[in-house]
Design a protein. Sequence first.
Length: 670
Amino acid sequence: MLSPPISNLFMSFDPLALEISARDARGLAMDAVAQCKSGHLGLPLGCAEIGAVLFGISLSYDPSEPRWLNRDRFILSAGHGSMFLYAWLHLAGYDLSLDEIKNFRQLHSATPGHPEFRDTPGVEATTGPLGQGVANAVGYAVSSKMSEARFNTATHKIFDHHIIALAGDGCLQEGISQEASALAGHLGLDNLILFYDSNNVTLDAMAPMTQSEDTGARYRAYGWDVQEIDGHDLQEIANAISKAKASTSGKPQFVIAKTLIGKGIPEVSGTNKAHGEAGVKFIAEARAALGLPPETFFVSSETKSYFSAHKQGLQASHAAWQATYAEWRAANLDLAAELDDAIAGNVPDLRKVIPAFDPALTIATRKAGSDVLQPVAAAMPLLISGSADLHGSTLNYIKDGGDFTRENRSGRNVHFGIREHAMCGLMNGIAYDGIFRPSGATFLVFSDYGRPAIRLAALSRLPVVFIFTHDSIGVGEDGPTHEPVETVAALRAIPGLDVIRPADPEETAGAFAAAFEKTDGPTMLVLSRQNVAMLKEISVDTRREGAFLGGYIAHKESAPLDLILLASGSEVQHAMKAAADLGPGTRVVSMPCFERFERQPAAYKEAVLPIACRRRVSIEAGISDPWFRYVGLDGRTVGVDRFGLSAPGPIVMAELGITADHLAEVARTI
Ligand SMILES: Cc1ncc(C[n+]2csc(CCOP(=O)(O)OP(=O)(O)O)c2C)c(N)n1
């Protein structure tokens, strides 16, 4: 009879129970992959002992409250090994039934092919695109440091957890992990432990086919502490985690765990054949050799009793924390309310806190954004704003927010360095944590450097706000390398991402309010480098509300409607001007956000864009493609269907036909 640990929770060590649970986890992975005839066996088999130590001893969590505020966050960056995570979540007692394990990769199961945030209790991040999870973990570590600084008090420590991630060769080869790891070292994120499943195997081949670097030396050079262990030795794994958790070096912790991929299926283990599902044909013998009975999806009574006792211990530890938390709440009513609001996603009515602009102003929407951000940040104390070394141009610096550094964990401005991909991945990590509201900035054209993470923000419905500036050929002198043309269209193609390209300062105010009030998905704010006209002829409320609606009538015809001009951003001013030349039957529709407009009721859309009016012309300083949806077969577009030019912005605009005169000329042809 095993005597599972209850007290002294993170010190107890029961190798026999852990070995049996590792065996059972291997069995679940084999059976699930065999049943659905797809998936990856290599990591769940190769990392079974790591899983046993993490979930059986070292991680602090409560399976019955997966979002417990002070849990350790575990991120499986190598998301292809999803059965590792599902098996351990099941064994640990999360609300993930054996039936869900049997439904691995099936329609609407809680066990999708790769881990998806929101689908499965205990899954902290959507992973699978390799490397992303490492950046997410660094984001979580930033969020935790900020939480400690903002919420812990001298008498009550409510945040002191760790972030533990598991990554393989693939994750560590990807650029995003290198950006994120360098930043983690620079920032001294000593609450972060990254396990490297070092098995010498990738997908196509043995790892030496594509890598020969000394990864440990690389991490040391980033400013991490590095340990190397046998990833199958339970004691070594447990010691490495204890040492990493107890470290006082001020550095993030890298644990190289040497493992045998596919351990348990001798025919494939240690080779790249173990990576996917090729080992399935050998599992009958493998299961028997491991001591598993013929019954599939078997969980031994030893494992059940170990984890049920362990769960009690974990819950006792959670309850002890809860007592401190209750005291903290009673002693810090304002902080508690702030934290509650953050977790509930409560956001004040931001339009009310943003003062109206001086109508005489002529400024760029990036500058307007800077002015808007200040009162928004004051109203949302947990809003943070970062930039990829471009705060001076993107202008999204929170003026009295301080900088987030090693020394100042309360700083609200994060300096990501020239690491756009990591910036986006880190923001996702911060958003997964759900306490702070991350926003970050760079030039719009470099959104391509962060696109895989932007896509995941949308897929995971994370409330991240991207404040991307220098939005068109209006950039001018820097030339075509810095002038987005296809970029806005490409971003509009991402489902669930609101792309808002405001026309003037008041639309910008509405756009920021809409972005930060949205809690179920990301928003891309697309702002101009160059000045734009203040659209004084439209009321402040209409422009602000227009950004929320996504599209609205900016100028109403004064005779029967016979032409609609559609525009976004800096081109709305041209549409307004052209309308004055094109006669009283001309309407101008400002379309700052297609996605928001599409979410409006059909009657509203019909009122703005009556189907009967088929004479329509769009203007936007970018490729025409997205506008065909609105101009239809009878309409025309004015766009930039080529790369830009290097010259002063107004000259480039004129040369490429983005003018009121050209718009009017095109309108007259239909
Ligand atoms: C960005 C990205 N590129 C490619 C893939 C496809 N892929 C999945 S796993 C894998 C190999 C990963 O090797 P490693 O991390 O060593 O995992 P192991 O073979 O040890 O399971 C590849 C190329 C992916 N999921 N994400």
